[in-house]
Design a protein around this ligand. Structure first.
Ligand code: ATP
Ligand code: MG
Length: 562
């Protein structure tokens, strides 16, 4: 839905939104705002890409335009179909739909080739045959202007001929390149006769063996934008130095539109790495189980972790769009999902480290069905049934033989409430030969369902429990941050040295309340007193539950920002 661009309700943490609103108020462009999200299909999308997706789709949506999904596929060796499929899935999952069919830069290879011929004919490009080593020397550096290549003054006719030979496969890789003829003395290195076509004898996932020359990113990107009628070509700051080149091509080519590039600051997160190169290393070196390991900051990883699309979109909106690169506290991302799940996840009980309670005054075969609300503040979510039996499991850490007043759980000779059920009092413990407690014997007070005990004294604690006979055995994976330091690899150390060795704890003998036995994969719940969990997308099945911890209950970000 389009917004009134002049309305003053727009939040001020997105300078691009303001800029486009101003342009639109001035009538600086007519027609819709057209953007694109341009991933390279060489890995999975991560949380930084989510920001770019939200910016591109968000701006188009805000101004009533549209956004395309275009794969920037000029690097055939590094790209794969499975990454294309995954990106499409992730963008949809995040809640966005692109205009029309998926586009590929490779769709435009024929046009880009024509554009290259156009430059050559105008004397604006030449085939260079310096070796890559020589080319580096001729290029100069920040302090030294470059030197013109001896091939720079070839005639258009000769260049056309040589370029045709490149295309026909008559050059080995690295022996010839088409370069734009701009300025070897330019202060901006990107303008020192940048390469626009390279020889690459590689098969391409879209175009097969049709080409053995491939355009550079710089040559392909802006022209693809122009072909698609993109009005705002939004990218991250590292491309700011490329903008003069972007503009140069648009000026020197017969393109159908005049897109303009805008840059914003990359989103980085504490305790997280977000470069595909680094993420790939985590996989290759076995630190995680793959691109969608729930500890990965990839969209498919955090999805498996239980994050919701809306929580990620809210996080990106709150992080804003800045003119400089920034680092956001990962606690803010955790806060966003906790906030969403607190409002929307049904409650359930799960015992992670079971200790058996025997209610000695409960008849052996008595089974009582109790009712509890699915969510304390959400009547619309209805109720759930709990099954209470003579034997129940509680958390081992919820019982002590003796404890001081600060311990508000079950203590020998003291009372506690079983959540959503009765008050019990512990009167005996049974230990094994090693002295470990294997059972706690309790009495329950049958008059305490929703009522105080007769003495009117409120038990000092409430603990969760699951019936030992009806509870469903489950595997629960608890995750901690993958890195132990806020800026992995910051102290000139290798970033993998900062990996947290305890980022995953698997609990194989947990018990969840019987109502969860039919839960489908990706069901999200709050396990009361523990945290938010999701039924694993791949490993969970009704009847053999596997839950991943999304985030703990405690909110360090809310505390910090309060
Ligand atoms: P990486 O360095 O992680 O490999 P990339 O920039 O090479 O990322 P692309 O597939 O080329 O990955 O990126 C697609 C789009 O996503 C680009 O427009 C890029 O600017 C944007 N993008 C990538 N990382 C971030 C980030 N951390 N914050 C915001 N936008 C990002
Ligand atoms: Mg890239």
């Amino acid at each position: 839905m389009a917004h009134d661009a002049t309305a003053n309700t727009r939040p001020s943490n997105n300078f691009l939104r303001e800029l486009i609103a101003d342009q639109s108020a001035r009538g600086a462009f007519d027609g819709p705002v057209i953007t694109r999200f341009p991933p390279e299909p060489n890995g999975f999308l991560h949380i930084g890409h989510a920001q770019s997706i939200c910016v591109n789709f968000g701006l188009a949506d805000y101004f009533g335009g549209y956004c395309r999904l275009r794969f920037d596929d000029t690097n055939p060796e590094k790209e794969e179909q499975r990454y294309i499929d995954q990106v499409a899935e992730d963008v949809h999952w995040l809640g966005f739909d692109w205009e029309g069919a998926i586009r590929f830069t490779s769709d435009y290879f024929p046009t880009l080739y024509e554009y290259a011929l156009h430059l050559i004919k105008n004397g604006d490009a030449y085939v260079d045959e310096l070796s890559s080593e020589q080319a580096r020397e001729y290029r100069g550096d920040w302090n030294t202007p470059g030197t013109n290549s001896p091939y720079r003054e070839r005639s258009p006719a000769e260049n056309l001929d040589r370029f045709e030979m490149m295309r026909a496969g008559e050059f080995a890789e690295g022996t010839a390149a088409l370069r734009a003829k701009i300025d070897m003395g330019a202060g901006n290195m990107n303008l020192r006769d940048p390469i626009i076509y390279r020889v690459r004898h590689a098969s391409h996932h879209q175009t097969g063996d049709a080409w053995c020359i491939y355009p550079s990113y710089d040559f392909a990107h802006g022209q693809s934008d122009a072909i698609e009628g993109v009005t705002h070509s939004i990218c991250t700051l590292e491309f700011a130095d490329h903008r003069p080149l972007y503009d140069w091509f648009i000026e020197h080519l017969p393109v159908p539109a005049q897109p303009v590039q805008y840059e914003f600051g990359r989103l980085n997160l504490t305790f997280t790495v977000t470069s595909k190169r680094r993420l790939r290393r985590l996989i290759d070196e076995g630190f995680v189980d793959g691109w969608d390991d729930p500890r990965m900051p990839t969209l498919s990883g955090i999805r498996r972790r239980g994050y919701t699309p809306v929580s990620i979109r809210n996080f990106c909106e709150a992080a804003g769009v800045a003119r400089t690169d920034g680092t956001v506290d990962v606690a803010q991302l955790e806060h966003a999902v906790r906030d969403d799940l607190n409002k929307n996840a049904p409650r359930a009980m799960c015992v992670m480290d079971p200790l058996k309670i025997v209610i000695t005054n409960w008849p052996d075969d008595q089974v009582e069905t109790l009712t509890a609300s699915a969510h304390p503040d959400r009547d619309d979510m209805g109720t759930r049934n709990l099954t209470l039996t003579r034997e129940v499991f509680i958390e081992r850490e919820d019982f002590r033989e003796a404890a001081n007043k600060k311990y508000k759980r079950l203590v020998l000779g003291k009372k506690v409430r079983l959540r959503n059920a009765y008050v019990i009092e512990a009167h005996d413990v049974v230990k094994d030969d090693a002295g470990e407690i294997v059972e706690v014997h309790c009495h329950y007070d049958p008059d305490t369902l929703g009522e105080l005990p007769a003495d009117g004294v409120k038990p000092k604690g409430v603990i969760h429990w699951v019936s030992a006979s009806f509870g469903v055995r489950a595997t629960v994976r608890q995750y901690d941050r993958l890195f132990a330091t806020p800026k992995p690899g910051n102290d000139a150390s290798d970033f993998v040295d900062d990996i947290n060795p305890d980022s995953l704890t698997i609990h194989n003998e947990c018990y969840v309340e019987p109502g969860l036995v039919q839960a489908e994969p990706e069901t999200r719940v709050q396990f009361e007193r523990i945290g938010y969990f999701v039924a694993d997308r791949h490993d969970h099945a009704p009847g053999s539950p596997v839950f991943n911890q999304t985030v703990a209950l405690r909110d360090s970000w809310a505390k910090q920002s309060a």
